[in-house]
Ligand binder design. Sequence first.
Ligand code: KG4
Ligand code: ZN
Length: 336
Amino acid sequence: MAGLILALETSCDDTCAAVLDGPRVLANTISSQAAAHAQFGGVVPEVASRHHLELATPVVEAALSEAGATLDDVGSVAVTAGPGLIGALLVGVSTAKAIAAPRRLPLIPVDHLQGHVAANFLDPEPLEPPFLCLLASGGHTLLAAVRGHAGHEVLGQTLDDAAGEAFDKVARLLSLGYPGGPALEKLAREGDPAAFEMPVAMSRDPGLDFSFSGLKTALVYLCRDLGPDGVSERRADLAASFQAAAVGQLVAKLERALKGGGWQAVALGGGVAANGPLRGAVREACERNGAALKLVGLELCTDNAAMIGSAARFAEPIPYPGYLAYDAFATPKRAA
Ligand code: KG4
Ligand code: ZN
């Protein structure tokens, strides 16, 4: 089994490790810290770093054990180098170095966003480029042109909040707890998506960028005008109206990109890709435009280390000792 990839992902609040044999995932272990952050209504960077410190070694051990492997079987160590919370990333990068260096294994730093794209390259039925990829999570919202395995081009991205961040903030307004996306989707099933008129962001903008802060602010004002009793009476309608507007914007931009680029295939990634109405609307947009749709399992949509291992297969390994001073990066690295 020599030559396995051991991958780590600690860019936000999930401590993740995976073991891959080429495109085959042997283990994909995730320890979610959501409960630790719920009391704060969002991810607290300092709390996340401390939890990663405690969880990194047990999660790596659990992944190796599930894969039926030991460190002797590992040929390279992949790790998310950024973007993300810098303190959280540093724990992953240091752990990866500490595993790789004593064994003189190469280290493969991976861009987190390319990781989401590369989730589509895994078995079974890997998706071959070219394809258009919509990534929407708590930290990012972007449309990526994927023309090869080693990178992607950002065609458009959010100019303010990420889509998942907007779901989480509106969920908080509606007292739904954290993370709010799944709870908001559930509540919205009982509501009328046309109950409240929502601002349609960026509709006149010819580009492919997104904006979610206006939508969030509209909800803040609506809740203020309705008052606490009105809000609790109309919670489901508020959730449904917000969700319809957020999904509408994501799909409108995706469809604009589809039409403009003549893409034959579309993939979805990020935690918001778990949203049922979004999946349904994207499927319809693909059918309208004659494009195939690839939906990976939810465990590969949300943050995970299997996607990092997948991206690592097409990234540049750094041989020992070249990576000892390698640093994590908080904000996206873009080619000049
Ligand atoms: O990719 P992810 O696990 O972590 C990062 O943010 O990178 O995405 C988490 C985000 C959260 O904002 C969460 O509320 C959102 O994805 N989310 C959803 C749903 N499930 C998770 N948003 C809408 N509907 C869902 N069903
Ligand atoms: Zn992510």
